[in-house]
Design a protein around this ligand. Structure first.
Ligand code: KIV
Length: 276
């Protein structure tokens, strides 16, 4: 076993030692290989795949079999990173038994080492049961895309005070409930930086932010945002580190031109009668 392998307890150690956690989504072998080799600590097979891979306008249609399919590909590529698989909408809300079965499939059939669930107080009992069964759980609160209809869109949460869903105090309660239930980390998505800082300061478990400012214990981005592979609206927090969309368009355009002009394939890319 690789001594550098990132395991569930390492994330708490990283928080304690002030070492930021770097997490990225991945959905297939080549990108998972690239990110793992680059030293990314956590690979998440996110249900964001519904939007960035499948082209849907929300994450709601994603099924447990979709997540399983992609988790297997990422698991084959991963050597060092901790592999977390997302539990999609309706895979954990109906009953604790279903949640256990589906989370278990992601571990047993997919090769994930942990699962991620959206929600706070409302799913704390489910998180407790999973954690009790040694299925490590990463929580996810704030702008939770599976709550798109309640939120009225993908909107920043925690801007208003209160203990109803999406209120500032409620998000603090949600985070504490997840920690008390045994979650080993929690994603804070789409919330004001000062609220994420407050939650991070109150929890012993690490927080991983996305659109939650600089004071979380780690950061996560959707790989399509990082690489400039997204089309349409790009949220403010989604920093592009390169523009693969443009690079791929240029490559396809150049290929098209060369095929049309008979420039491709040339002799270098063709076989002779006898190979040398
Ligand atoms: O589905 C996903 O990619 C996620 C991340 C944005 C945290 O949940």
């Amino acid at each position: 076993m690789d001594k550098d392998k990132v395991r569930v307890p390492d994330l708490s150690r990283m928080k304690a030692e002030g070492r930021p956690i770097a997490m990225l989504t991945a959905y297939d072998y080549p990108f998972a290989r690239i990110f793992d080799q680059a030293g990314i600590d956590v690979l998440l097979v996110g249900d964001s795949l519904g939007m960035v891979v499948q082209g849907a306008d929300s994450t709601l249609p994603v099924t447990i079999d979709d997540i399983l399919y992609h988790t297997r590909m990422v698991a084959r590529a991963r050597r060092r990173a901790l592999l977390v698989a997302d539990m999609p909408f309706l895979s954990f809300q109906v009953s604790i038994e279903e949640a256990i079965r589906n989370a278990g499939r992601l571990i047993k059939e997919g090769g994930a080492e942990a699962v991620k669930l959206e929600g706070g107080i409302a799913i704390a009992e489910t998180v407790r049961r999973l954690a009790d069964l040694d299925i490590p759980v990463m929580g996810h609160i704030g702008l939770t895309p599976q709550s798109v209809h309640r939120m009225g869109g993908h909107r920043v949460q925690g801007r208003r005070a209160g203990r109803t869903a999406g209120g500032r105090e409620r998000l603090i309660d949600d985070a504490r409930a997840l920690e008390a239930a045994g979650a080993f980390a929690v994603v804070l998505e789409g919330m004001p930086s000062d609220l994420a800082a407050e939650i991070t300061g109150r929890l012993k478990i690490p927080t991983v932010g996305i659109g939650a400012g600089p004071d979380c214990d780690g950061q996560v981005l959707v790989m399509h945002d990082l690489l400039g592979l997204s089309e349409g609206f790009i949220p403010r927090f989604a920093k592009r580190y390169t523009n693969l969309w443009q690079a791929a368009s240029e490559a396809a355009g150049e290929y098209l031109r060369e095929v049309r002009t008979h420039a491709f394939p040339d002799a270098e890319h063709s076989y002779g009668r006898k190979s040398a």
